[in-house]
Ligand binder design. Structure first.
Ligand code: IVH
Length: 710
């Protein structure tokens, strides 16, 4: 009797803990706005776990302690969907979206209907069933009628509520997309690469003993495959492998986008209201879902996301456009698997597969040997790609990219296409493992790889390829911006000996340049007087470029334009920079040991010092004019602006920071002081959180400016 009462009290507490935890999960994972600290949350979990250990009869499958079971899921059962999960017709261009709208309008008898635009997550569709407020079953879409039972794996996704609050219908199904964040995907692949390194080590031993080698694991090609793989995974063999899988599971998330079948409640009349209702029930819906009154507005949303897809922390491959009114949806019905009331506007693809024909190396301005892939031409994201960067030797080895492989190519925004990895299943056995040349492909000097660096370098500073690349860099737009010296002019000047390094550009005369012979289409041609004069004028003008440009133009290893800004600001003159010790350099915000050493090594080199002297002789500005910047209320503070601001563009915001004496950077590091977070921020906001860097809303930023201005 006594015991029963005890049990009753414990049961009440257990239930209270579960609903508290469910509530805080919701605040944290769905609303992204926690009310209690992680430690307080852990305390709740600990108490619940303790009670459940003592009273195992109280454990229920929907208890939050059951989320991270980590136990292997035996075999998946088959689930019959009560209502089939439909798929979507695609529109690959504006005209196709308009044609869809015309057809729907004709059937509806009017074109005056509201639309809902939802970012189309690139993951896998799932159906979740709730009974009496508890999550009881989760299944993949499968063929639309029958899917796999993945309830246990779905329980590990924290934004899937295991239990709903009061007011939930007695039984119903919701549908959504499980996806992996880009960051999670990178992390999972990183862990797989580490595992492969371990396997390689083991294999070396096995090979010595003449034993059969273990197989390397394949990398996931994209977040979607990673999400699908993680949600459908069974048991893991090794502990390390299990770790990678745990990481994968932890990086999964879900957006709910539809209501399936429903008992015990009335359906809201529109898709938009359905989304709001689902949100209120505790489901995570995409905050970027938007209602559009007209097709043009929807079209605008599609284009907007096409441009901004990179800014999201997860991948989307299009925008789903749905007719809002559910009764109209019903009237329109479906053709086969595809509803007439919705369509997926698909972005141009940014990944494609093709054959890797050769690996070549070019020599960069700092002597770095940059391997790149020569590919069978392929269309990706609206452009033909024939080459893609391979970064460095380590990367080739880690991804196990071999010559002759079928590879996945990716193009994002304006950046150089990348080789994501090989499609291992398509190997024929003829593929060749690549190794970096031991001699510079241009000048045949020995190649050196520094300790702790992924890059190999040509050791000959007089290497013509290096000189050419440095010249090209020196005159480029973001450096000294000397118009008129293009690739062929630069090459010709180096070849005929008029210049040996960028310092010599300043002593070129019109007479010297007029007769410079350039390769023509049919036969060589003279540079000619107008261009010669222009080059000399431009060169003269470039002497007034700010110090930061000069520092950037020198082509110091690891010093990009942003770092050059920072160094110029801090040291104010090239001589001060040249005299700085490694410690002095490291005291500058965002300068780490690698950069500090590289700057020091640059100025220790006699050839480089000669270049600086030539610039000085020529009258190039080597000190900052910096009366205004010296002081300023934001002095010593580094800002990163991310997302869209409403009061000004990012550049304007950065300029304001600089005017007030602060510095503006584009990437978040531990040394960043503030991250200003605008509308739809990307991974930088996350990074800030990770590093514990303070974030400011636009409002807060503005009031800071106002305060400092006063
Ligand atoms: S609606 C008619 N809404 O796209 C209902 N689907 O190509 C079909 N998807 O299998 C689904 N985000 O995996 C819908 N907001 C969204 C979606 C979405 C992603 C996926 C889903 C579906 C596929 C159809």
């Amino acid at each position: 009797m006594e015991e029963d009462r005890d049990l009753q009290t414990v049961k009440l507490r257990v239930e209270e803990l579960r609903s508290l935890i469910a509530y805080h999960d919701y605040r944290y994972y769905v609303l992204d706005s926690p009310e209690i600290s992680d430690a307080q949350y852990d305390e709740l979990m600990r108490e619940l776990r303790r009670l459940e250990e003592r009273y195992p009869q109280l454990i229920t499958p929907d208890s939050p302690t059951q989320r991270v079971s980590g136990q292997p899921v035996a075999a998946f059962g088959i689930v019959e969907h009560r209502l089939p999960l439909l798929s979507l017709a695609n529109a690959f261009a504006e005209a196709e979206l308009r044609a869809w709208h015309r057809r729907a309008s004709a059937l509806a008898g009017s074109d005056d209907f509201t639309l809902v635009c939802e970012p189309k997550m690139d993951g896998l569709a799932v159906a979740l069933v709730y009974e009496n407020g508890a999550f009881v079953q989760g299944a993949t879409r499968g063929d639309g009628r029958r899917g796999e039972n993945i309830t246990e794996n779905l329980r590990t996704i924290r934004s899937i509520p295991l239990r709903l609050g009061k007011g939930a219908p007695s039984r119903f199904e919701v549908r959504g997309e499980v996806y992996m964040t880009k960051q999670g995907f990178e992390k999972v692949n990183q862990e797989i690469m580490w595992l492969n390194e371990e396997i390689d080590r083991v294999n070396e031993e096995l090979a010595k003993k003449g034993k059969k080698e273990k197989k390397r694991l394949s990398l996931f090609a994209n977040p979607r495959n990673a999400a699908a793989g993680s949600v459908r995974q069974r048991d893991a063999r090794s502990v390390r492998q299990r770790d990678a899988r745990m990481t994968a599971k932890r990086s999964l998330d879900i957006f709910i986008y539809a209501l399936g079948w429903l008992e015990g409640a009335a359906r809201p009349p529109t898709q938009w209201e359905t989304l709001q209702w689902l949100g209120k029930l505790g489901f995570r819906t995409n905050p970027y879902n938007a209602r559009a009154r007209y097709l043009n507005e929807a079209m605008h949303v599609c284009y907007e996301w096409q441009d901004r897809r990179e800014s999201l922390p997860y991948e989307i491959d299009g925008v789903v456009v749905k007719i809002d009114d559910l009764s109209l949806q019903e009237r329109l019905g479906a053709v086969g698997r595809e509803p007439r009331w919705a369509i997926a506007y698909k972005f141009p693809p940014i990944q494609a597969t093709t054959k890797l024909l050769k690996i070549k190396v070019n020599v960069g301005r700092t002597g770095s040997l940059n391997p790149y892939a020569v590919l069978e031409p392929v269309r990706v994201g609206g452009a033909t790609v024939e080459r893609a960067t391979l970064h460095n030797e380590d990367d080739i080895r880690r991804k196990d990219i071999r010559i002759g492989d079928t590879v996945i190519i990716q193009r994002a925004g304006d950046v150089i296409p990348q080789v994501v990895g090989p499609v291992v299943s398509l190997r024929t056995g003829e593929e060749e493992v690549y190794s970096m040349p031991e001699q510079c492909p241009e000048c045949h000097a020995p190649v050196r790889r520094l300790e702790g660096e992924a890059m190999s370098y040509c050791t000959n500073t007089a290497c013509p390829a290096q000189r050419f690349a440095l010249m090209e860099h020196f005159v480029s737009r973001d450096a000294m911006d000397i118009e008129g010296i293009g690739q062929s002019t630069g090459a010709a000047l180096l070849e005929n000996g008029s210049v040996a390094d960028p310092g010599d550009i300043y002593s070129l005369t019109v007479d010297q340049l007029v007769y410079l012979m350039l390769p023509g289409k049919d036969h060589p041609r003279r540079l000619g007087a107008p261009t010669a004069r222009k080059i000399v004028d431009e060169t003269e003008r470039s002497k007034q470029r700010p110090l930061s440009r000069v520092i950037f133009a020198l082509g110091i290893r690891h010093v990009g334009s942003e770092m050059a800004d920072r160094l110029a600001e801090h040291f104010g003159a090239i001589d001060a920079l040249a005299a700085a010790s490694v410690e002095d350099l490291e005291s500058v915000p965002t300068v780490g040991p690698k950069i500090a050493q590289s700057v020091r090594a640059y100025f220790d080199d006699e050839d480089n010092r000669r270049i600086i002297e030539k610039l000085r002789q020529a009258g190039v500005r080597l000190a900052e004019e910096r009366a205004a910047r010296e002081e300023g209320p934001l002095r010593g503070l580094t800002f990163v602006v991310t997302g869209t601001l409403s009061a000004f563009t990012r550049e304007e915001a950065e300029e304001r920071v600089r005017e007030l004496g602060g510095s503006a950077a584009s990437s978040v590091t531990r040394k960043t002081d503030y991250v200003v977070v605008g509308e739809s921020p990307g991974s930088k906001a996350q990074k800030a959180q990770e590093y514990g860097v303070k974030t400011l809303t636009e409002e807060e930023f503005l009031s800071m400016l106002r305060r400092t201005n006063a």
